[in-house]
Design a protein around this ligand. Sequence first.
Ligand SMILES: CC(C)(COP(=O)(O)OP(=O)(O)OC[C@H]1O[C@@H](n2cnc3c(N)ncnc32)[C@H](O)[C@@H]1OP(=O)(O)O)[C@@H](O)C(=O)NCCC(=O)NCCS
Length: 175
Amino acid sequence: MTGAKRAQSDAPAPVTIRTALRPGDAAAVESLVRATGFFTPAEVAVARAVADEALAQGPGGGYAFVLADAADDADPLAGYACYGEIPAAEGRYDLYWIAVAPSHQRQGIGVRVLAEVEAHIARAGGRRIYIETSSQLIYAPTRAFYRAAGYLQEARLADFYRDGDDKLIFSKALS
Ligand SMILES: CC(C)(COP(=O)(O)OP(=O)(O)OC[C@H]1O[C@@H](n2cnc3c(N)ncnc32)[C@H](O)[C@@H]1OP(=O)(O)O)[C@@H](O)C(=O)NCCC(=O)NCCS
């Protein structure tokens, strides 16, 4: 399990939320995603490539980001999410990536980033968000995080990623 349980009285970690990508973000996203220890080298490369592509395309491409910068930190990107509208569906969005740096986990940053994603999607007229994740034991905290945020497991695709590693699909309807 990553991170220590946050005391109820602790204030959320101070972070600055932004949605515009900056030139150094692709490298920062790559090292953040790698540092979690949750992703294969191929997945780390995809996270980097998506950020590179989004930087090259600018606003209006298929990927949108929410980034959380920590104050007073040599390595400021504390967390981020990447999402996009599902083509040919009506107001349906995929959350492609969400990650919080290990040193910043369990401080309310993930929930803050996800709430920001949901707010942007709702403002854009989105009605439902989908998230895919793995059934592996190391993702139990991730599943707890999604459930705590109001996401329900809708489907399980057996052995999707590899034998014994199912794909779980969560979703949440935005009100
Ligand atoms: C999943 C992740 C983004 C959560 O970010 P976070 O900033 O640590 O989460 P938060 O502090 O906002 O937690 C919000 C709530 O989620 C649940 N939760 C989060 N981490 C948890 C854990 N390790 N165990 C149990 N519940 C957890 C709790 O209900 C928590 O509220 P609480 O701290 O008041 O009990 C982060 O753990 C992460 O980057 N994991 C590795 C990468 C990953 O799995 N990404 C998703 C790929 S599909």
